[in-house]
Design a protein around this ligand. Structure first.
Ligand SMILES: Cc1ncc(COP(=O)(O)O)c(C=O)c1O
Length: 465
């Protein structure tokens, strides 16, 4: 089934200029993220409703990437809109450098209530990269100021193909070469544990759970006493290509980090707030990290805000008089912004009142059933899913027992082409290399899931023929 692209009359909106001018100015002036501007074709989204986005000509598209993995309850949710408006009537911004405001305090309290136990200190920043940067710096500084300081602990372990953001610290621990390799001279070198989801060189299948954990333990033993923290995305590495970890990997990593007294930083920026079926992914393996990074869904995809949650053990190491110089000298102008906090609070109310998590398992099962059949297609190498996200990997030749799949030459940009084609079928999707990612807002309904996967399938069929 191929969904048709509905066109609706655009209601009277005050537009700053005619749509054609805006498209021309977009090309001329706006430098888009992760986009080759020489090839960029403008698409201007003017409004949204639920899981749908509407462009300046009134064409409707299902938001199949949840507006870059952050939208949760849909666009223009009345309670979220009202929360921002109400906060606007109080104050739009208050610095959190030595000052506070009721909304942000209340939000911190609610976060602590829903977070894994013990993570009861909240450091607010503005986006995901700044949340991971803060966590890395906190971990580094912690070991200098802990009760028994261990200043030799200066290194970080990160997982191969990890993504933790684009600032220099974050790409130091990032493992997606096409994002990081060029900047290597500017970054620190992390110790790398290959992803447990990928075969080791020369092998056709990934290692067993026991083998992956043994590799990890060996790495920590080799660098004993020098590792400050391990940073990882729990359950699934999203930007690495929706790489799903074997069950038990996260729990095993936590146990090993405890044995070696190494801190664990979990980056739940992409997976937090319901994406994997529970509020936080780490709940599924009953793991509590020392530092937890949140962003994206933190404000239901409304406003930029991130948070690094820390345990009392970390917090205590930073306490002292000014003269003792234990302060965390780090922060961002908009950290803890009350408009963002207001919508974050309202989002948690929506989670509770609309029973969002309880209703997720059926949607996850439906997505699974719909994407599973794509695995039968000739140029689909693998379909990987974790909760309400699926990655459909396009390949030139499928693999078989003992023989890995043959990728398309990367220059052919099959993933990009498939996602552009999906627009004609009424869906906005975003690729990761040749992996087409289906990651809708959690509010998507059954029919919309069917439409979205049908659009992805039609696009893949056209662009891999
Ligand atoms: C796991 C993970 N960490 C960090 C980031 C960086 O977040 P931001 O783009 O808000 O800086 C992302 C963004 O996609 C992410 O997926």
């Amino acid at each position: 089934m191929t969904p048709s692209v509905a066109t609706v009359a655009t209601p009277r909106l005050t537009r700053p200029a005619p749509a054609d001018d805006l498209a021309a100015w977009d090309r001329q002036h706006v430098w888009h993220a992760f986009t080759q501007m020489q090839e960029y074709e403008p698409l201007l989204i003017e409004r949204g409703e639920g899981a749908w986005l509407v462009d300046t000509s009134g064409r409707r598209y299902l938001d199949g990437s949840a507006s870059m993995w952050c939208n949760v309850h849909g666009h223009r949710h009345p309670r979220l809109d009202a929360a921002v408006r109400e906060q606007l009537d109080r104050v739009a911004h208050v610095t959190n450098l030595g000052l506070s405001n009721p909304t942000t305090v209340a939000f911190a309290r609610r976060l602590v209530e829903i977070a894994p136990p013990g993570l009861d200190r909240v450091f607010f920043t503005g986006d995901g990269s700044s949340a991971t940067e803060a966590a890395l710096k906190m971990a580094f500084q912690f070991w200098r100021q802990a009760d028994c300081p261990e200043p030799a602990r200066t290194r970080f372990v990160a997982i191969g193909d990890a993504y933790h953001g684009d600032t220099l610290g974050a790409i130091g621990v990032g493992g997606v070469d096409r994002f990081t390799a060029l900047f290597e001279p500017l970054t620190f070198e992390a110790l790398r544990l290959p992803s447990p989801a990928l075969p080791r060189p020369g092998k056709a299948t990934p290692p067993s759970l026991a083998e992956s954990l043994a590799e990890f333990e060996a790495l920590l033993a080799t660098h004993a006493g020098t590792v400050a923290a391990v940073i990882m995305e729990p359950l699934v590495q999203m930007a690495g290509g929706v790489l799903v970890h074997p069950e038990g990997f996260l729990r095993g990593v936590r146990e090993i980090t405890r044995r070696h007294d190494v801190l664990l930083i979990l980056d739940e920026i992409a997976v937090g707030f319901g994406r994997t079926g529970t509020m936080f992914a780490c709940e599924q393996e009953a793991v509590v990290p020392d530092l937890l990074c949140l962003a994206k869904g933190l404000t239901a995809g409304y406003l930029p805000m991130a948070a690094t949650l820390a345990t009392g053990r970390i917090w205590d190491a930073f306490l002292g008089t000014h003269a003792e110089q234990r302060t965390f000298f780090h922060g961002h102008t908009y950290g803890g912004n009350p408009l963002a906090a207001a919508v974050g609070l309202a989002s948690l109310d929506v989670f509770r009142d609309e029973r969002v998590l309880e209703r997720l398992s059926e949607k996850i099962a439906r997505l699974e059933a719909r994407v599973a059949r794509l695995a039968e297609r000739p140029h689909v190498g693998e379909v990987r899913q974790c909760g309400l996200v699926a990655g459909i990997e396009l390949v030139r030749e499928k693999g078989s027992a003992g023989r890995p799949a043959v990728p398309f030459p990367w220059q052919e940009q099959r993933g990009t082409k498939a996602c552009l084609a999906a627009r004609r079928h009424g869906a906005l999707l975003r690729q990761l290399g040749d992996v087409v990612v289906v990651m809708p807002p959690l509010c998507i309904d059954d029919d919309e899931i069917d439409l979205l996967v049908a659009a992805a399938e039609a696009a893949i069929r056209e662009t891999t023929a």
